[in-house]
Design a protein around this ligand. Sequence first.
Ligand SMILES: Nc1ncnc2c1ncn2[C@@H]1O[C@H](COP(=O)(O)OP(=O)(O)OP(=O)(O)O)[C@@H](O)[C@H]1O
Ligand SMILES: [Mg+2]
Length: 419
Amino acid sequence: MSQKKVSRSNVLVALDVGTTKVCTLIGLINNKEIEILGVGSHPSYGLKKGCVINIDKTVKSIRCSLEEAKLMAGINNLDHATIGIAGNHIYSFNSSGVVAIKSKEVTEEDVERVIDAAKAIVIPSDREILHVLPQEFRVDNTSGIKDPVGMFGVRLEVNVHVVTGQTTLIQNLIRCVDQAGIQAQKIILQPVASSKSVLSNEEKELGVVLVDIGGGTTDLAIWKEGSLIHSQIIPVGGNHFTNDLAVALKVAHTEAERIKINHGSIIPENVNKSSHITVHGVAGMKPREVEQKFITKVLNSRADELLAVIKDIIESNNLDRELNAGYVITGGGALIKDLVPYAEYVLEKPVKLGYPVSFGGMTTVMQDPKLSTVLGLLLESLDDDFLESTITEEEPRVKEKDIISKFSESLKSVFKEIF
Ligand SMILES: Nc1ncnc2c1ncn2[C@@H]1O[C@H](COP(=O)(O)OP(=O)(O)OP(=O)(O)O)[C@@H](O)[C@H]1O
Ligand SMILES: [Mg+2]
């Protein structure tokens, strides 16, 4: 297909720079909806626990992922992307602000001022604010308001959830994206993005914990009455399960990963007592037989530790009674066998595996928990205000139908190859 010169106005790019993979999605805005045109995925080698530790390797992974998506979409020039951020440096808290309503009726400007007031808090000089997400507004004595514009009153208050990150680590990620040839237009906390693609509005209203178990981190986003009330990054992910197996079995990381995915489980009681697995030792060692129950016990200990941390976060923030919709676990790490029933047992709440909801011509292959973040980033990029200001009808649009029909079949086959 000939390379099309595409304007930035109708193309969206989502970039999930994860610890195990860098994933890119290219979408086309079509009547305020997104059509997915291109996908790229490349192993990630430059991150540890969600943070960039090697710029060159990260840039290379981003470039490869971008190129793959561009090739598939038949789009040559992309200039900005919505990117996800996580890592142990993220710190979130709730804050509030109050202002006098200027002319009796709440205007957009009053809303902006009250949110500014809520974020006018002293944060350490090495940190910066990533998100200020309104939870509820109060006009005089009326609380629980989601959109106060047009309401009459004299006093406007807001409760917000503030997400901050360490400036240098944010800059490292932005620099990598920049060096890979695309500008980081918007940065979104990864579990906020995953929530967007996985959770229903009803779950967010009832009270739910989104748990995204990635390779290097487990990211929490806790919702109630439609608002984000708590977020936190735990520096333990699926790779820690693999590392534990590698140490316990004295095998290479790749062999441990194979065993975890093909033979791993979290509940030892569900494994046949006599079941054995052939394990290939490091170079020069003979293959040997290992009890499957032993493998399960190793994985169970790590799951116990991770679930205890999650439980502690919920209890120490007094959130237990808020969670009427329980937990939704997503991310590649959620795919480990029997994690969901075990989590339900430990957390004493309903737990389900979170799959991204279908949109934009997604194939069933794309409804994969590993893709929750990148799909959520694409959806978040559509919600963005900057679209309103940058879409200009004079700029040429891509011939949507041509591209979509040409690539809908290839999307399926490429995803089969990647995942
Ligand atoms: N079928 C499976 N069974 C068990 N674990 C799996 C399976 N598939 C993937 N994983 C694990 O999922 C993890 C990767 O998940 P994911 O792709 O969501 O991570 P990431 O987004 O790259 O990392 P992070 O979000 O921590 O930066 C790896 O630890 C991998 O071993
Ligand atoms: Mg991830």
